[in-house]
Every structure is written in structure tokens, then in C-alpha cells.
Design a protein around this ligand. Structure first.
Ligand SMILES: Nc1nc2c(c(=O)[nH]1)N[C@H]1C(S)=C(S)[C@@H](COP(=O)(O)OP(=O)(O)OC[C@H]3O[C@@H](n4cnc5c(=O)[nH]c(N)nc54)[C@H](O)[C@@H]3O)O[C@H]1N2
Ligand SMILES: Nc1nc2c(c(=O)[nH]1)N[C@H]1C(S)=C(S)[C@@H](COP(=O)(O)OP(=O)(O)OC[C@H]3O[C@@H](n4cnc5c(=O)[nH]c(N)nc54)[C@H](O)[C@@H]3O)O[C@H]1N2
Ligand SMILES: [Mo]
Length: 789
């Protein structure tokens, strides 16, 4: 008989701490040298040790050869595109893709027996790392009202229960349907269709915490809420600016593109408070000489901006560019482009009468010399790509900062042509596809008209709740049921204590999940877990292995076909879960043939083709190797905006006032090299030299001294927005190369400090990289002041 690898009782592992549902215990922090080079041998070793730990070395390695290969499956980790040609024979994956695969390809599993032996309360005392390591979910589970343990439930009964709850609501708007970004195009399309036929646009999604800011800024300026470059553009461009993004950890395959661009002569400028290893240098693990030989130096210029100093930095650059243009008329700005394609240039220029370069330099935190150097790199080049990530989108003025980036590109005519433009680097592997499929709380009338014409029901027109609004609506009992297609709502969102209390008020929480997470343990009065297949699993419908489709960060739609035997026979794919839910809920009131979509992905794709532009001959085109590019007018130089006709506007923005009290610091919450959002792979952050601890706070050595601390001190962190005390107890100070008064911590641990009201203007995303905190010596009695989640 095979050894049963499923975890059983876990009571012995539980650490009893004062606050039961927040296990705060420090591990044994070790500091190592910070990395100047990303990837290479340590990355290969680290990746494969995860496969071994998850007891899936053979399965996992077999799968790796299929990952991101034509005809294989799309890596479940990030949304970076695959090369059109020239895919590495050593595999087109990275260390963090292997870790993501190890997480889902694990042979460890959670059965009904596991839930019988462990109460929800006990499980909630584990930390996220321990919870994630329990294994794959294998059967639907139900937590009754006042229940202490999840119990097995049949699929049919689970759908009946959810349907009863949905149909008992006073209005469809009392339900909210969340989506995380791994969900395929097919599932996403059906899921939003179901929500709309049920009667609501309450579709909060992870974009509301991620690139909503980019979408808001780009849509109004260039007419499309997506990036305008393709992977090939990286190879032939002259300058790549990477601002507020950590590619070495979060999009490691981007480093291959950067190295290739660099080899062809591009200069790279990195703008970041931290000297991230992946911005500095790269050893390509997919090339033999990259594993053993010399790596490539990446950034030619590193600008250590202060947190939220980017706006000042961008404006300072514009002033210097203007100065260079005045000295070299017509050489720096592109007047033909400005005249033909833009509007608002005069007003834009005029604002500079009011700015003082020295003040801006001061606010940015970067030296004047370095800013001149940056301006000189871009001044006489046209082929410029600007990439950004959460460092900008999660700032209160993120929308404006992205518009400021566009101002620069418009001045120089560096957008809407080959080898130049904008590249918001998306997070989840299909988050861009989710939006294309209309997972959106504010669908346009045009989109809704098309659905109405094809399906014949009246979709709701009123905009729904995004993530932050949904949390508040739950708290106010306006939303009573939360259905989550993937993700980890509680841990990913802001203001953990507030959000937990909001979730606890719900009648029902439902999570379609692959792995156990905290959102199953902090739940509504009743709760249901529906286990599902993951990207790498074989998905058999009507006896045949199927593929699903996704869209990457650059608008390429591709097929993805899993190849691993699922850990349980009792898993249902996400598309069928939606169809069964729709049939149970809507019954014969529905005008949609859900059974047909349940039985055929091709039929779903045919419906998508009819309802969403750009998907002509979807079934045929997506079967071609490498998939197809969606149309992108902005890429072709057409900026069709709602308010400015066919012109892209220059935007007038403001310099934020970042005032801090003497004992206050600015905190950005970010990712370690050993996690995927709320899934914690391990406890190290190798490139930043941290081992075996996540509860760390990076501080400048001067601040450590001035605050009366020493590196290694235990501290508690506080936030006082809205006059509420928020506490994240027990962190260790790590002295780090970071601008003064700036600190960095890891999410999700510090989400408890982010007020639900601390949001980005216009996109309403949590501003989780702009949190004012106070730092005090750890008080062992602090737990008495923390309320239960
Ligand atoms: N392995 C792995 N891959 C991932 C993920 C993961 O968790 N793990 N998550 C996926 C998801 S959903 C997303 S959205 C992406 C996220 O990928 P990134 O956008 O890289 O996200 P973060 O790691 O949160 O932070 C990005 C950078 O912002 C910098 N930063 C902080 N504040 C500022 C500021 O004020 N200005 C500037 N210029 N920089 C600042 C930080 O130092 C950090 O280097 O990655 C995706 N890929
Ligand atoms: N403070 C702070 N907060 C942040 C951020 C930050 O930088 N700082 N980043 C934000 C960002 S960019 C994002 S995108 C959000 C992420 O928010 P989410 O997308 O909600 O969170 P994840 O941690 O990616 O979700 C992990 C869970 O998804 C489930 N899962 C994994 N694969 C699949 C699958 O194939 N199907 C299904 N149904 N379920 C699956 C597993 O059960 C797993 O536990 O967090 C945001 N929160
Ligand atoms: Mo994200």
C-alpha cells in the first residue's frame, strides 16, 4: 500500500499565543548578504528543493518541460509573456514558476478526515505558511451555522445550498462575486454572465488591488487600459525604465527580455527605494553560461527614490528635458507627434513656471546629478519603454503618476510606435484576460449591449462594488453573501481586522479554491469550500483532455493544457462549477444554455467570439501555436479616448505633500522572493538577505539610531488613520539600504495596518505602499490591545 501523505492532527504544531487567531511568533532570523544578481545557480537549487519538499519531484519535473511551451500549459505564476519563437530547450520557466508549480502539483492532500480532526478554530491558529503547506483540497466541504468543523457535502447539495441562499436575498445586489486572476477566459466569461443574469455587477476582483490604477490612467489617456508594447519591442528598444517593480522576484522571465534588450544596446534605468537584486544583474538559469558564467549587469542607472517621491522625480525629469530641448531645439521633443496626436501641450508647459527643480530634487530623494544622468539617457532617444508595477499603482496618487509617465512619452512621441510605449507588468497569470472577459464592476454600456443582443436578457446597468466598496458594504450588511472564484479575500485585502469583522457578518461565504487559506477560516455564518482543478491538472470533459485559454500581460491569447493527474477524482473544473451554480440558482428562469457550456469549452469560446471584439475565429486562432495578439489601437498609434476624440491628453497633476510627524515613517508593503501573494512558499527573502523570518521591517540605519533602536530589536508597528489604532505586533528591525524615513515590510502580515479608507484616487485600490506607521519597542502586553479576527 502507498504511504498516505495527508496531514492528520495538527494540534501538536499549534503555537498558543495570546491572540488565538493571530499566531505571532518570531522564528530565528538570519541575515545574509543582499543579492546584486538575480537567478543563477541558487535559483535553480531553490526551485527544485520546493518540488522535493512538496513530494513531487518526478511529477513536477515532467510538468516543467511542458510549462510555457507551445501546446503545454501556462505557468500559474505571473503574466509575463512567452517568447514567440526561441523558447529555451532547458524550459521556459523561472525559479518562482517552479515554486508555483510545486504548490499546486503537490501530492499532499486535505481530506474530510483532516477537517474532522481539526476544528476551524485550531486551523486558524496556524500561520499562512503552515496553512498553505497542508496540501490540495480534495472534496467539497460545508461549515454549518455555529459549526466548529467543516463537514463533507456532496457537490449537488453544495450547489443547492448556495442557490437557496442566493435566491433568498432581498436583491441580487446583496451578493458579491470576487475573482482572483488565475481564472481562465472561459470561466471568467461564464462567471460574469452568471452574475449579470442573476442581476448584479458586484464583481470585485484582484485587479481592484493590483492594476486598476494602470487601467484608470491609461484608458482615459490613450483609450485602452492595457500596455502597448510586445515582447519583441524589448529586444529593439533604446531605453527601458523600470519604476516601482521588482522583476527579479515577481516576473523573473522578464530578466531574459531585459538582458536581450541590453545586449542589443538598450540602457536600463531602475527607479526604486530598494536596490532590488533583479534590477541590478542577472544570471540566466536557462542558458548554460548563465548558470556558471558571468551574468549581465542590468540597470545602467539606479535612482533610489523615496516612497511616493516618484511624482517629484518625474516632474524634475520633465524640467531637465525641457532645458535640454531649449538647448537643442526639436531634438528632444517630437513636435509633429505633439501636434498630430496630443492635446493640452501649452497648458502642460506652462505649469513649469511654478516648479522649482531643487525642491523637486529634494522631494524625490534622488541626487540632481543622477536626475541629469537619467534625463540625458532618454533625451535624445525615441524608442523608450516604461514598465511599472505595484510601487506606483498602490500609491494614493498612482493614477496621476502613470499619467505623468505618459506625459513624458507624449512629449517625446515615444508611444504608439514599435519599440516604444507603456508596459504595466501584470500580476496574476490571467488577470488581464479576466478584465477582457468583462469581470468588471463597471462594465460599459457597449459591452452590456453586446451581451444583451446575443443572450437576450437585460443585464444590470448599475455599477457594482469593487473590493474596497464590497468590504464596506459587507460591514454595513448591504452585501450578505460573498462568492470567491479563487484568491484569498481576507488576507489580500486591506484593514484585516475590519475586513474580518465584515466577513463574519455574511450569511454565507463560498470559496472555489485549490488550497486551504485564511479566507476559509475567517468566514460567514455558513461557509462552503469548493475544490477545483489547477492550471497544471488534466481537465477531462466528455472523455477528452481539454485546454483553456488565457491572455498575458501583452495581450497575447494562448491555450493552456494541464497534464498532471489530479490529486482527487472529486474535483470539478471552474467552468463546470459556474454552470452548475447557474443551473441550480436560475433554473428554468435562465435564457442561457448552461448545460451546453458545461459540456463544451469550444461552445464557450464561440459565445465569447460573439460578445467580445478581437476574438474572431477564436477556436481556430487559439489552436495555432503561440496563440494570437488582441487588437490594440494605441499600439498602432491611435488614441481613441472618450473625452478627447483621437488625441491623447497631457495631464496636469499635483505634487503630493508627504508630511510625516517626527515619530512617523512611511511604509510600503511588498513581496518576498518566497511567496505568491498570500501563498507563502518559504520563510526566506534570499535576494534581500533575509532568512527564516517574515516579520521584519527594513529601516535606514540613521532612522534606527535616531529612533533609539538597534538592528535586531523587536518592535510593534502602529497605524492611526481615521483615529483608529491598528497594531501589527512583534517585528524585527533589519538595517537596510533604503531612503530615510522609509520602511518596507511584507504583505499579508502588515495588511492589518492599511486603513480601508487609505485608497488610490480614481482607482479606489488600497494604497498599500503608502502607509504611515509608528514603530515602538515590542511590549509583551501588546496582545491585550488587539482584538480577535
Ligand atoms: N514570485 C511571485 N511572483 C509574482 C507575485 C508574487 O507574489 N510572487 N505576485 C504577482 C502579482 S499579483 C503582482 S501584481 C506582481 C507584483 O509585482 P511587483 O509590482 O514587483 O510588486 P511588489 O513586490 O509588491 O513591489 C514592487 C516594488 O515596488 C517598490 N516600491 C515600493 N514603494 C515604491 C515607491 O513609492 N516608488 C517606487 N518607484 N517603487 C516603490 C518596492 O521596493 C518593490 O521593489 O507580481 C506577480 N508575480
Ligand atoms: N499589503 C498589500 N496587499 C496586497 C498587495 C500588496 O502588494 N500589499 N498586493 C495585492 C495584489 S497585486 C493582488 S493581485 C492581491 C491578490 O489577491 P488574491 O488573488 O485574492 O490572492 P492570492 O494569494 O493570489 O490567492 C491565493 C489562493 O488562490 C487559490 N488558488 C490558486 N490557484 C487557483 C486556481 O487555479 N483556481 C482557484 N479557484 N483557486 C486557486 C488558492 O486557494 C490560494 O490559497 O493581493 C493584494 N494585496
Ligand atoms: Mo496583483
Amino acid at each position: 500500500m502507498k504511504e498516505d501523505k495527508s496531514p492528520k492532527g495538527i494540534n501538536d504544531k499549534i503555537t498558543k499565543e495570546p491572540n488565538a487567531e493571530n499566531p505571532y511568533k518570531l522564528l530565528d532570523l538570519k541575515l545574509t548578504k543582499t543579492g546584486k544578481w538575480a537567478a543563477g545557480v541558487p535559483a535553480v537549487i531553490s526551485a527544485f528543493s520546493d518540488l522535493i519538499e512538496e513530494k513531487t519531484l518526478v511529477r513536477g519535473t515532467k510538468a516543467l518541460f511542458k510549462m510555457n511551451q507551445k501546446g503545454g500549459f501556462d505557468c500559474p505564476s505571473c503574466a509575463w509573456p512567452d517568447p514567440d519563437d526561441d523558447r529555451s530547450p532547458l524550459g521556459e520557466y523561472c525559479e518562482n514558476g517552479v515554486k508555483a508549480l510545486a504548490e499546486e502539483a503537490t501530492t499532499k492532500k486535505i481530506t474530510a478526515e483532516f477537517f474532522k480532526q481539526n476544528s476551524v478554530y485550531d486551523l486558524a491558529q496556524l500561520d499562512d505558511y503552515q496553512i498553505g503547506k497542508m496540501g490540495r483540497l480534495t472534496e467539497p466541504m460545508y461549515l454549518p451555522k455555529n459549526g466548529t468543523h467543516y463537514e463533507p457535502i456532496s457537490w449537488d447539495n453544495a450547489f443547492t445550498k448556495i442557490a437557496e441562499h442566493l435566491n433568498a436575498l432581498d436583491s441580487p445586489d446583496e451578493a458579491a462575486f470576487y475573482t482572483s486572476g488565475r481564472t481562465s477566459n472561459e470561466t471568467s466569461f461564464l462567471y460574469q454572465l452568471f452574475a449579470k443574469e442573476f442581476g448584479t455587477n458586484n464583481m470585485p476582483d484582484c485587479s481592484n488591488m493590483c492594476h486598476e490604477t494602470s487601467g484608470s490612467a491609461l484608458r482615459t489617456t490613450i483609450g485602452i487600459g492595457k500596455g502597448t508594447v510586445t515582447l519583441d519591442d524589448f529586444y529593439d528598444t533604446d531605453v527601458i525604465v523600470i519604476i516601482g517593480q521588482n522583476p527579479g522576484t515577481n516576473a523573473p522571465r522578464m530578466l531574459t527580455a531585459l538582458a536581450k534588450g541590453k545586449k542589443n544596446g538598450a540602457k536600463i534605468i531602475a527607479v526604486n527605494p530598494l536596490p532590488e537584486a533583479g534590477l541590478m544583474g542577472f544570471h540566466n538559469p536557462q542558458e548554460i553560461n548563465g548558470i556558471i558564467g558571468n551574468g549581465v549587469k542590468l540597470a545602467d542607472l539606479f535612482l533610489p527614490v523615496k516612497i511616493n517621491g516618484d511624482m517629484a522625480l518625474l516632474k524634475a525629469l520633465e524640467i531637465i528635458l525641457l532645458e535640454l530641448e531649449n538647448k537643442n531645439p526639436g531634438k528632444v521633443f517630437d513636435y509633429d507627434f505633439i501636434k498630430e496626436k496630443t492635446t493640452g501641450y501649452e497648458a502642460f508647459l506652462k505649469q513649469f513656471d511654478n516648479y522649482n527643480l531643487d525642491e523637486l530634487v529634494q522631494l524625490s530623494g534622488v541626487s540632481k546629478e543622477a536626475l541629469y544622468e537619467a534625463a540625458e539617457i532618454i533625451a535624445f532617444k525615441k524608442r523608450i519603454i516604461v514598465c511599472w508595477g505595484m510601487g506606483l499603482t498602490q500609491q494614493p496618487n498612482g493614477v496621476e503618476m502613470i499619467r505623468e509617465i505618459l506625459n513624458i512619452l507624449l512629449l517625446k512621441g515615444s508611444i504608439g510606435k514599435p519599440d516604444a510605449g507603456v508596459c504595466p507588468v501584470r500580476g496574476h497569470s490571467n488577470v488581464q484576460g479576466n478584465r477582457t472577459m468583462m469581470i468588471d464592476e463597471k462594465p460599459t454600456n457597449e459591452q452590456l449591449d453586446r451581451l444583451q443582443a446575443y443572450f437576450g436578457f437585460n443585464p444590470p446597468r448599475k455599477h457594482g462594488y469593487d473590493v474596497v466598496r464590497a468590504i464596506k458594504a459587507m460591514k454595513e450588511e448591504k452585501v450578505k453573501l460573498l462568492f470567491c472564484m479563487g484568491g484569498n479575500f481576507l488576507s489580500a485585502t486591506s484593514d484585516t481586522t475590519y475586513t474580518a469583522s465584515a466577513l463574519r457578518k455574511l450569511n454565507l461565504t463560498v470559496n472555489v479554491s485549490t488550497k486551504l487559506n485564511r479566507s476559509h477560516l475567517i468566514h460567514g455564518q455558513e461557509a462552503i469550500i469548493l475544490p477545483t482543478l489547477s492550471r497544471s491538472d488534466i481537465d477531462i470533459v466528455n472523455g477528452e483532455a481539454q485546454f483553456i485559454t488565457t491572455e498575458n500581460s501583452m495581450g497575447v491569447v494562448q491555450s493552456s493544457k494541464g497534464m498532471l493527474k489530479p490529486v482527487s477524482d472529486n474535483l470539478i473544473n471552474e467552468t463546470q462549477i459556474v454552470c452548475k451554480l447557474a443551473m441550480a440558482t436560475l433554473g428554468n428562469k435562465s435564457v442561457v444554455d448552461w448545460q451546453r457550456y458545461h459540456d463544451s469549452y469550444d461552445d464557450v469560446r464561440d459565445a465569447i467570439e460573439k460578445c467580445i471584439p478581437g476574438f474572431e475565429n477564436y477556436n481556430e486562432k487559439v489552436r495555432q501555436k503561440g496563440g494570437f495578439h488582441l487588437p490594440n489601437a494605441a499600439r498602432d498609434g491611435k488614441f481613441i479616448t472618450k473625452d478627447f476624440g483621437d488625441r491623447a491628453p497631457f495631464t496636469l497633476t499635483e505634487i503630493p505633500k508627504n508630511e510625516l510627524a517626527p515619530d512617523e515613517y512611511m511604509m510600503a508593503s511588498t513581496r518576498t522572493h518566497d511567496q505568491f501573494n498570500t501563498t507563502i512558499y518559504g520563510l526566506d527573502d534570499r535576494y534581500r538577505g533575509v532568512k527564516n523570518e517574515r516579520r521584519v521591517i527594513f529601516m535606514n540605519e540613521k532612522d534606527i539610531e535616531q529612533g533609539g533602536f538597534k538592528a535586531g530589536d523587536k518592535v510593534d508597528l502602529f497605524n492611526y488613520d481615521d483615529n483608529i489604532e491598528r497594531i501589527a505586533p512583534l517585528f524585527v528591525i533589519v538595517s537596510y539600504q533604503i531612503p530615510e524615513k522609509n520602511t518596507v515590510t511584507y504583505f499579508p502580515e502588515t495588511n492589518v495596518l492599511v486603513s480601508v479608507n487609505n485608497v488610490v484616487k480614481d482607482s479606489n485600490m488600497p494604497a498599500s505602499k503608502y502607509v504611515k506607521i509608528k514603530v515602538r519597542k515590542h511590549d509583551p502586553k501588546i496582545y491585550e490591545r488587539i482584538s480577535r479576527l
